[in-house]
Design a protein around this ligand. Structure first.
Ligand code: GLU
Length: 434
């Protein structure tokens, strides 16, 4: 059966010439996948295998709300590819969750784990809900019922969730507990991003932001740009954006703009990030923050700055605004912040884009460390975690950069090429089970 994967000339690329919906994340992922697959001369069988998610689960989640009424939510879990190891990827709670979005995010997790060469496949999950309008009790019941709904796929050897948009350590604790209750014993390696007191890794909470900081520094060094006083605009002030901003500031960068879903603030003299984090801890959002001029999220993207760090949601840099971007470096803290159509506009402008599957891979890398620590029952210091994270990310940046120079392609295409070649190598070795 393995010759299904053999090279022929009959490759059909379904999306290539058809009009794309720029906002559909799965199509955005596929356009990039196609570009890299073509350069790799991927065999048609492999192309088909890698274009399709392995498993897609949709569950209804009935929940007793605080009002006494029953509400039914929809939950999704997609395992995109598990050839390299257990499926790995976060769970998001958001009203915009859809099957296509989760499929794209699960594919991105597959490529992300392969880019940094950690032994996981890719998955993603989501529940369509508005967690900001729910009580803690309602959130817990949604989490536990969703976990029960997808329990067949979960497990330290099969599928390991982590936090994502609007989920956190507490949600991971509930998922781990629900799973453990079902199997009858404590299994802490079933989720990552847990509270440190119950097997979470030191440094995991900061890892995605820390990775972004490391990647920005590598890009600056590559481009010969001095760090001291280099200006940064950060979109999104959650776990990724706020910590990346804090760590970049500590390295000597000047953070000139920050934002969250309520809007943004610009201050050319520099924003005191720790002070802004304190404000958000007290007020939940940046709304009412007084130490900068108010600016919209759209305008923030077009600010004159050295580094732009989109660390919120998908599709914020598009064909409509990409030509107005003035940053020299874009570090994609979010998954999918740039649409496929915007890629070439940014290339033409000479913007150096550190693609999401590399830029934000710090989170899943330390998730891997957490899983290793849980399975070994032996815990590392924060210093060891941070050193190992730096090693992996700096080496991965160098590998992607080398490939991009060899093939004269941008960093995104190079990252996809590296990832796809690693995943396809394993598929070839394993063959097709029939
Ligand atoms: N949600 C994060 C991501 O998109 C982390 C995933 C994980 O640690 O499994 O990379």
């Amino acid at each position: 059966m393995a010759d299904l994967l053999l090279r022929t000339n009959s490759i059909v690329r379904p999306d290539k010439d058809r009009f794309l919906n720029e906002e559909n994340p799965f199509e955005a992922m596929m356009v990039r996948f196609d570009r890299a697959a073509e350069l790799l001369d991927l065999e048609p069988g492999m192309y088909k295998v890698l274009r399709n998610p392995e498993k897609q689960i949709i569950v209804s989640i009935p929940v007793m709300m605080d009002s006494g009424e029953v509400e039914v939510f929809t939950g999704i879990r997609v395992l995109y590819n598990t050839s390299r190891g257990p499926a790995k990827g976060g769970i998001r709670f958001d009203m915009n969750v859809s099957l296509d979005e989760v499929k794209a995010l699960a594919a991105w997790m597959t490529w992300k784990c392969a880019v940094v060469n950690i032994p996981f496949g890719g998955a993603k999950g989501g529940v369509i809900c508005d967690p900001l309008k729910m009580s803690i009790g309602e959130l817990e019941r949604v989490t536990r019922r969703y976990t029960a709904g997808i329990i067949q796929t979960l497990g330290p050897d099969s599928d390991v969730p982590a936090p994502d948009v609007n989920t956190n350590e507490r949600v991971m604790a509930w998922m781990m507990d629900t799973y453990s209750m079902h199997v009858g014993h404590t299994v802490n390696a079933v989720t990552t991003g847990k509270p440190v007191a119950m097997g979470g890794s030191l440094g995991r909470r900061e890892a995605t932001g820390r990775g972004c900081m490391l990647m920005v520094k590598e890009a600056m060094a590559h481009l010969g740009m001095p760090v001291k006083g280099a200006t940064v605009a950060v979109q999104g002030f959650g776990n990724v954006g706020s910590i990346a901003a804090e760590l970049l500031q500590a390295e000597g960068f000047k953070i000139i703009a920050i934002s969250d879903r309520t809007g943004g603030f610009v201050n050319r003299k520099g924003i005191d990030v720790l002070d802004a984090i304190k404000y958000v801890n007290e007020h939940k959002t940046l709304e009412g923050y007084s130490k900068g001029d108010a600016i919209s999220n759209d305008a923030l993207l077009l600010l004159d700055c050295d580094v732009l760090l989109p660390a919120a949601l998908e599709n914020v840099i598009t064909t409509k605004n990409a030509s107005g971007v003035k940053a020299k470096i874009i570090c994609e803290g979010a998954n999918g912040p740039t649409t496929a159509g915007a890629d070439s506009i940014l290339d033409d402008k000479g913007v150096f884009v550190i693609p999401d599957i590399l830029a934000n891979s710090g989170g899943v890398t330390v998730s891997y460390f957490e899983w290793v620590q849980n399975r070994g029952g032996y815990y590392w210091t924060e210093q060891v975690v941070n050193e190992r994270l730096k090693d992996i990310m700096v080496n991965s940046f160098a590998e992607v950069l080398k490939l991009s120079q060899q093939h004269k392609v941008n960093m995104r295409t190079a990252a996809y090429m590296l990832a796809i070649s690693r995943v396809s190598t394993v598929h070839r070795l394993r063959g097709i089970y029939a």
